[in-house]
Design a protein around this ligand. Structure first.
Ligand code: ADP
Length: 164
């Protein structure tokens, strides 16, 4: 059995089935998985960090070896602080690879003990992204096959908050 702690970081704005699938598969591979919800004070996100944390905790609550934490600053610094040896990322399309490759090599320079492991998406989630989901939802489209009910409810609440 592996003794690794892995970090799966992201904005998760909001979490969708593609993210959940990666977290579930990573939780089977690594002994302990920390899902890091990136708190980006400088960037305008649709959901607050608190809401993104609550949604992620709720959708992953059945996985006993998974913890969900918020973090800010450098991802490698957070990885070091939780003694993670592995950084988990998901790959959808070739354009993801270019970015992930660049990030992995940069992180290698900053923290050589940390290895990046990329898991391939499932084909049914290959075109799923948080930004696409928000766009579809904003114009009244059905996102029921892309996000769990709790996320759909959060999208509706946030939209009515923005429109009031
Ligand atoms: P970012 O880390 O750029 O803020 P996200 O929060 O959307 O992006 O995603 C976090 C991680 O999940 C990234 O590694 C991303 O490639 C991966 N991911 C996003 N969507 C999918 C998907 N549909 N299938 C597999 N992995 C995905």
């Amino acid at each position: 059995m592996s003794t690794h702690t892995a970090l799966y970081p992201g904005s998760f704005d909001p979490v969708h089935y593609g993210h959940i699938d990666i977290a579930q598969r990573a939780a089977k591979i690594f002994e302990r998985l920390i899902v890091g919800v990136y708190d980006r004070p400088g960037k305008s996100l649709f959901f607050s960090t608190e809401v993104r944390l609550t949604l992620m905790r709720s959708v992953l609550q059945d996985l006993p070896n998974v913890e969900v934490c918020a973090y800010s600053g450098l991802t490698v610094a957070f990885a070091k602080s939780i003694q993670a040896q592995v950084l988990v990322r998901g790959l959808r399309v070739v354009s993801d690879f270019e970015l992930e490759y660049q990030m992995a090599l940069t992180n290698q320079q900053l923290y050589p003990e940390l290895d990046t492991v990329c898991l391939m998406t499932r084909h049914e989630y290959a075109f799923l992204s948080s930004s696409l989901i928000k766009e579809i939802f904003m114009v009244g489209g059905d996102v029921g096959k892309m996000v769990p009910a709790i996320v759909q409810k959060a999208l509706a609440d946030r939209l009515s908050q923005l429109r009031s």
